[in-house]
Design a protein around this ligand. Sequence first.
Ligand code: SF4
Length: 412
Amino acid sequence: MKQTKTYLHNPGYLKIDLMLKGIRVDKEVLKKANMDKCRNLFDVACGIDVILPHNTWVTVPYIEDFTKDSPYELMERDGRFFITHGDESVQVSVVPTPEFYTLKTTTGIQLSRIGLVHGGYVAITPATQCDFFNKAIECRYCAGNLDIYSNKGRVYSVEDVLETVEAAYKEGKAEIVYISIGFSDTPDGGIEFLKPYIQAIKKHFNTLVAVEALPPKENRWVDETYAVGADSVLYNLEIFNPKLFDEICPGRATLIGRERYLDALRYATTIFPNGTVASHLIVGLEPIESTMSGIDYFTNIGVVPILPIYRPSLGAKLSQYKMPATKDIAPLYGHLYRAVTANKINTTWVRDISIVTTPLEGRFFVGDEARMKTWMQNFYKSRLGLKAAWSLATLRRKLKVKVGESSAHRDK
Ligand code: SF4
């Protein structure tokens, strides 16, 4: 990879730096990138989705005030797009805003309210309420991406969700459905609520479904999550340091508990295939060493750590935290890559996400030899590979659920 004084020629570093600093874009360039209509849409995080070299997806902020100081600028020359920094540039692709965002369901709801695309995923939260909101114990970094202020969430119907998935798939905008729920004060962690959505999506689409939830009280609901059709599960601990976890996530700490997170994750790795159980650790809310310990702990038990970066936002209660610098957090991603590789964790499921750096992208933070090893994984990044993964997942679930059913009967 070219040695320069900027991050432009290393997609891993560049992705992080763009997420942190944003990009300057002229109105005319936005129009040419088919992005100007983004401003008219409700509730859409208006980052520009850009594909950097080596198929590295990133959502780059460009509307917020801080982006005016960014060293990066998006330029267009003869229909091709470049990111520039000083007198250097790199060619990129710009992903137009999905057209389905402007469509409405038959019940009149704008589809961008129900589903948002982040790289190869369409993310859907069928109920916009989290039970922490009413008790003033919401996670302190929660900026209200759900309905935090009104305390009364909206629930989209299974049909609304199916129409959204169909529109996203028809447009070729997504290959995986990522369905999430906030805290629900029931022993099942919300999986009973999500079940009809997951089953309907699996019935109507030949696709993979990832579920993001808070851990259920009992492990049998982890089995149920797999049995109803989830291919991947995320229980996001967010903060590995126990004291900071209690302070920053009071609801998670008091109503679920750190130990339950770790137990549920450990158990899930015995049910779900290698590489499909994941947990977020937010970079910037605890010391780097603590995030590194979290990476080591998770990878040792077979969990994929995903490292979103904390960016203080107006709605969040943690505005005293400073944004980390790319050079300070870069070692984390190299460490992540080495840890998943050493523990033989499959990194092909958590990939092509534009809003976080994936473990596979951690290869850009280590030596060239790591990049050579990824040629196999490229197969799984192709559409053909995804089909193969889907068929394997279906077969594996059939076998696993049969085994699970008989062991459940033995337990009675
Ligand atoms: S679980 Fe925490 S981060 Fe998620 S919606 Fe509830 S308060 Fe916000």
